[in-house]
Every structure is written in structure tokens, then in C-alpha cells.
Design a binder for this molecule. Structure first.
Ligand SMILES: [Zn+2]
Length: 170
């Protein structure tokens, strides 16, 4: 089932998600829906708050469904370590049509719980690292425009207001 993606302006995106303490069939089904929603929207990551579930979980797949090993569910993720820094263009399914460069660590080690309730740790770089950091921000109530300086952030906010007025933000 395709879920509606929450757009910037909805308070759920700026609220810290709750820890997940019950992994059951309902959650597994919801996560399956999150993958379907993410693939349909052509994104590489989707966090709970983006589909109005204010919980610490996200899904990601930098291969767009081509590689099973890239299909990752992270429940209650923690960034364990980061290395380096790299600037690259970034987008967000909750900010359709908005792209800009963001500096982030280059290599990330993350630990999380999977759908079987087992803890796992993995290290990623490149797009996958960017994705982990971006989605972890979401579950902590942080959106990527917070990385912009106030001037650029205001510009983007004005652009979004215009889009909302035109009915171009749903
Ligand atoms: Zn996002």
C-alpha cells in the first residue's frame, strides 16, 4: 500500500520520534508499505515521520530495489561513528523539487535493530552514508534545510510558501 508522504510544514516532521519497543506483524506490514512508498516516489530513504509515524525507524535502499543487500530497515538507529566530510547535492521526499548541497560526514557506522529484533551494526559511505544521516535526522525531528545558512533557508522557505499558494506542495 502506498502511504501519503508528509510535506514540510506538517509539525510531525519537526518532532522527535519515539523509540520503537514493540516489533510485531503490524510494524512489519507498515515497513513493507514504507518500502513500496519509497520506491514509488523514487527515493533512497524514508523515515517514519515522513509517513506520519512519529517513531525512530527508517527504511533505505540506494539501489532502488535492484540489490537485496541494499534493502535496509533501521529501528532505533544510533550513529556510532562518523569520518571525514563531503559536500553533495541532496533532496528530500518531504521537500519535492528542492535540492541543494549539504556537507555531511563521508563514512558512517550505525547500529540499529532489525525486524527480528536483533541488533546489527554496519558501515557505509557515499550515498548510503548520506542517506543514513539524512533519515536519522528525520527521526530526531530535524529537516535538511536546517543545514542552510539563515539567508538561503529563508529563500527556500519563501519558495515553498509560493508552491503552497499554487497548490504545488501536496
Ligand atoms: Zn528527507
Amino acid at each position: 500500500m502506498i502511504l501519503p508522504i508528509v510535506k514540510y510544514g506538517d509539525p510531525v516532521l519537526q518532532k522527535e520520534g519515539e523509540e520503537v519497543n514493540n516489533i510485531d506483524g503490524n510494524l512489519a506490514e507498515f515497513i513493507q508499505n514504507m518500502f513500496e512508498t519509497m520506491y514509488e516516489a523514487k527515493g533512497c530513504g524514508l523515515a517514519g515521520p515522513q509517513v506520519a509515524l512519529s517513531k525512530k525507524l527508517f527504511v533505505m535502499d540506494v539501489s532502488s530495489g535492484k540489490e537485496t543487500k541494499d534493502r535496509i530497515v533501521c529501528i532505533n538507529p544510533q550513529i556510532v561513528e562518523t569520518k571525514g566530510a563531503i559536500v553533495s547535492e541532496e533532496g528530500c521526499l518531504s521537500f519535492p523539487g528542492i535540492y541543494f548541497e549539504v556537507e555531511r560526514p563521508e563514512i558512517v557506522t550505525v547500529s540499529a535493530i532489525d525486524l527480528d529484533g536483533k541488533e546489527f551494526t554496519f558501515e557505509v559511505d557515499g550515498l548510503a552514508a548520506r542517506c543514513v544521516l539524512h533519515e536519522t535526522d528525520h527521526i530526531n525531528g530535524k529537516v535538511f534545510i536546517e543545514y542552510l545558512n539563515p539567508l538561503k533557508r529563508d529563500l527556500i522557505k519563501r519558495k515553498i510558501k509560493k508552491k503552497i499558494k499554487l497548490g504545488d506542495w501536496e
